[in-house]
Write a protein of this length. Structure first.
Length: 434
């Protein structure tokens, strides 16, 4: 562990401007803001393999910021975090426990601190920057590739808040970093059905109790626990049925993109729209639509195929909607940005757009970053987004059953959980003038 890392553990109280001076000294002398405890440990122990986790100075600050920090100390810590971000600190790196800095603050119950909001804002900035980098196919170079580890590990004492001796706490941290001791969750391969739309469309699906899953891999495509969220979605769509507060539109058209288990579509039918459009691309789900008689309903029009192909046709036909809902599988936020281009053309002036908001829902801090991104991106289209906070079922966080008499987890029959946040942010989106 380098002295930079030790500094970020706040070895002395009170936390004063000396911490700021020392942090600036290290960073200005070439130590990257992303330099990890693992890199320092591997260098010290002559381990050549790349670390699988990334415990950065920002992680250490979030781990060790005192819960009883005074307002003055909290302000100093906030400045330290701001300086780290100015020097390129990463907001979403994961440490030995697979936690981001924001995750650590949440676990410690410190998300009320200003540094948590700083992390969220840094996430928004980083995502917008990466989007631009992707547009221009720019190469991102690691800032630790040519690092002089010897100079860093051997830094001399700067002020009274750093020490040149190895403490018992430091030794304990290093013991935790034994190579190959960490199990880190791996994302699916880029061509997996959960990541690639074409792969998903070529994958067999299966309707089981309370869920729609990929047959072989058991990816959770849709599950019945989402029913309350779908009820919110259906109610939201029909808010667009009113031109004014008490003036009902003479023709109420609704579009749902992604049928899944048909939960929201059943709810939409119960509200008797003039026309109910359903866009669905997967052949197994289309077969389910036929079997269950959706093709025979007088006020239902099925659009078989991807929305990218079907929705432009509706634009050309001059079809407009009071409500549009979006809930597909194996698509990404970049796909949603393309969808926004079409939404503004398909939505009536008083219409409402909503979607199943699972953006980054496997981590609360990432979920909140996407909440901000959605608001910003929709503003560019003249749309405003209001989020309604809704508690999700507590059963989502229940572990595997330990006996035959105990109820299991809702995730027992699927590959992995796709939800870990206590609150669902339900989006209601309208044109700004409405």
């Amino acid at each position: 562990m380098s002295e930079l890392h030790y500094l970020c553990k706040f070895p002395q109280r009170p936390i004063t401007n000396a911490y700021i001076d020392n942090l600036k000294y290290y960073l200005k002398n070439g130590i990257p803001a992303t330099y990890t405890v693992e890199e320092a440990y591997n260098y010290t122990n002559n381990i050549e393999e790349e670390p699988t986790t990334t415990t950065t100075p920002l992680h250490l600050i979030c781990t060790h910021v005192p819960k009883d920090a005074t307002p003055d100390e909290a302000a100093i810590v906030s400045q330290l975090v701001e300086i780290l971000f100015e020097y390129g600190a990463g907001w979403s790196f994961t440490d030995i426990n697979n936690n981001t800095p924001g995750c650590i603050l949440i676990e410690r119950g410190l998300q009320h601190l200003p540094i948590y909001q700083q992390i969220v804002e840094a996430g928004v900035r980083a995502e917008l920057l990466l989007r631009k980098v992707g547009e221009y196919d720019m190469e991102v170079i690691s800032d630790t590739e040519d690092l002089d580890h010897e100079a860093i590990v051997g830094e001399k004492e700067v002020t009274e808040v750093t020490k040149d001796t190895v403490t018992e706490e430091t030794t304990t941290d290093q013991i935790k970093l034994e190579p190959n001791a960490v199990q880190v969750d791996q994302d699916d391969e880029p061509d997996a059905p959960s990541q690639n739309q074409q792969s998903y469309l070529n994958t067999k699906l299966e309707y089981i109790d309370d869920a729609l899953v990929t047959k072989d891999r058991k990816d959770g495509v849709m599950m019945s626990w989402e029913s309350d969220i779908m009820k919110l979605g259906a109610d939201t769509l029909f808010k667009g049925a009113y031109i004014e507060e008490n003036e009902l539109d003479s023709e109420i058209n609704v579009l749902n993109i992604g049928f899944g288990m048909g939960i929201i579509d059943t709810m939409i039918q119960d509200k008797h729209p003039t026309m109910h459009y359903i866009c669905e691309a997967h052949p197994d789900v289309l077969e389910k639509l036929k079997t269950d008689g959706w093709f025979d309903k007088l006020n239902v029009k099925i659009l078989p195929g991807r929305w990218q192909d079907q929705l432009p046709k509706l634009l050309n036909e001059g079809v407009f909607f009071n409500g549009i809902y979006y809930d597909t599988f194996s698509e990404h936020y970049s796909d949603m940005l393309d969808l926004f281009d079409l939404i503004v053309g398909l939505l009536k002036p008083h219409g409402v757009f909503s979607f199943f908001n699972g953006l980054g829902a496997d981590r609360q801090v990432i979920y909140q970053v996407y909440q901000k991104l959605v608001e910003l991106d929709l503003e560019n289209y003249g749309l405003q987004c209001k989020f309604i906070d809704v508690d999700v079922p507590g059963t989502l966080f229940k572990g595997d059953k330990k006996s035959d008499d105990e109820d299991g987890s809702v995730w027992d029959n699927v590959k992995r959980s796709y939800w870990s946040c206590p609150t669902y942010y339900h989006p209601e989106i309208k044109f700004i003038d409405f």
